[in-house]
Design a protein around this ligand. Structure first.
Ligand code: PMP
Length: 405
């Protein structure tokens, strides 16, 4: 049974007041709140089993190692990866994409090669590819969107040529909410012999991810958007690529043997995990995934879809309202502007009314340029948001609009 009050009780922060008003947290696409089972797990790790992993013979180190490696297995199950060795822990989506761009780039890219991105990418899926351009003359080709925020598949297919080496695109847009048809796009890229990375930062909290069904070569996500702790991310990669790719960083944990003449590297996943991993974070992330599974991703998605429909319909009735992103397949974000009101003004006034939303370019400046705007106000839903909160948000937007009349 989906019991919203019981769910809300798991998130102590939701009982805060902001400016004397109950907090309505609608900035979930930036970071979701954390249920108590997650920070209790953090506290439990520090209180009972804190010790460096992988290198100790003593009991605490073995327990910490077991917990950390079980977390890897937990993530494997969450994304249905074939093997837990294909799950690399990173600091987040950003680091995961930088790892692939740098390592894949070193091994497989040369002057004149091309990479396909889309106009809706987060800066985390643009800048790492641009950094390669200081070493190699790599071309970036960009898939545009239509007026609903849907990727133009005809242009996508037309961008492939004999120099196309990689495709990197988001599963769900953090601004438009568009759910991209990544399975079909991957299939097409594979027909052309091109591997694909999917940025799943905005998909993981809302959609069931099956990397085998998608046949993704790489899939990346961040724990802090899936009710987990900050500073933990995932890079899933097919073994065949990860085995061939050179290490990203060097240091302890990632080696087999070190000599001043020659060093050999460890096996997967350790080859890509230099230094002491954040085992406190990985184990807490496993607790977050258990929490999500207890509620059920499908239940979360249908609850959020109800809130999205209700809020969108009511917002559309406000004079001067423009919603960016009206794709038929859309996830839990609503980006909007009201004529004559700057997004920062809207965001700041909403905060005074207890409503937390995000304003600005949402780390997607090329998308803003293509839409001909500087930024939007973005409200985004999570499992614990209620219809009463949606009402409070809509009433607050109406109030701000009246102030500007
Ligand atoms: N990609 C997308 C689609 C995102 O929404 C975000 C977070 N806003 C990122 C990448 C970057 O994630 P992180 O900051 O956790 O590395």
């Amino acid at each position: 049974m989906f019991d919203i009050e019981k769910i809300r009780a798991d998130f102590p922060i939701l009982s805060r007041e902001i400016c004397g008003k109950p907090l309505v947290y609608l900035d979930n696409a930036a970071t979701s709140q954390t249920p108590s089972c997650v920070f209790e797990r953090i506290s439990d790790t520090y209180c009972r089993i804190n010790a460096n992993v992988h290198r100790g013979v003593h009991t605490l180190s073995q327990e910490a190692t077991d917990a950390h490696e079980s977390a890897r297995e937990r993530v494997r199950k969450f994304i249905n990866a074939p093997k837990s060795e294909e799950v690399i822990f990173t600091r987040g989506t950003t680091e995961s994409i930088n790892l692939v761009a740098s390592s894949f780039g070193k091994k497989y890219l040369s002057d004149g090669d091309e990479i396909i991105l889309t106009v809706m990418e987060h800066h985390a899926n643009i800048v790492p590819w641009q950094l390669l351009q200081s070493d190699k003359k790599i071309g970036l080709r960009v898939v545009p969107i239509d007026e609903h925020g849907v990727l133009d598949q005809e242009v996508y297919r037309s961008l492939f040529n004999e120099r196309t080496r990689f495709v990197s695109l988001s599963h769900v847009s953090n601004v438009l909410g568009t759910v991209n048809p990544v399975k079909e796009m991957i299939r097409y890229a594979h027909e052309k012999g091109v591997p694909v990375l999917i940025d799943g930062a905005q998909a993981a909290p809302h959609l069931r991810i099956d990397v085998q069904d998608l046949d993704a070569d790489f899939y990346v996500l961040s724990a802090h958007k899936v009710y987990g702790p900050t500073g933990i991310g995932v890079l899933y990669g097919k073994e065949k690529w990860l085995n061939e790719m050179p290490p990203y960083q060097g240091g302890g944990e990632m080696i087999a043997h070190v000599d001043f003449e020659k060093t050999t590297f460890g096996n997967l996943p350790f080859k890509f995990e230099a230094g002491t991993p954040d085992y406190v974070g990985t184990t807490a992330f496993a607790s977050a995934l258990d929490y999500v599974d207890r509620i059920g991703l499908e239940n979360i998605a249908s609850h959020e879809a109800g809130l999205m429909k209700y809020t969108t319909e009511r917002l559309m009735k406000i004079e001067g309202m423009r919603i960016f992103g009206t794709a038929p397949e859309k996830s839990s974000v609503i980006s909007f502007l009201v004529d004559g009101i700057h997004h920062y003004d809207m965001g700041m006034l909403l905060d005074k009314l207890g409503i937390a939303v995000r304003t600005g370019h949402h780390c997607a400046q090329p998308l803003m340029t293509s839409l001909g705007i500087e930024g939007t106000v973005r409200a985004s839903f999570a499992v614990y948001n209620t219809q009463a909160e949606a009402d409070a948000f809509i009433t607050a937007v109406e109030k701000v609009v009246k102030m500007f009349k």
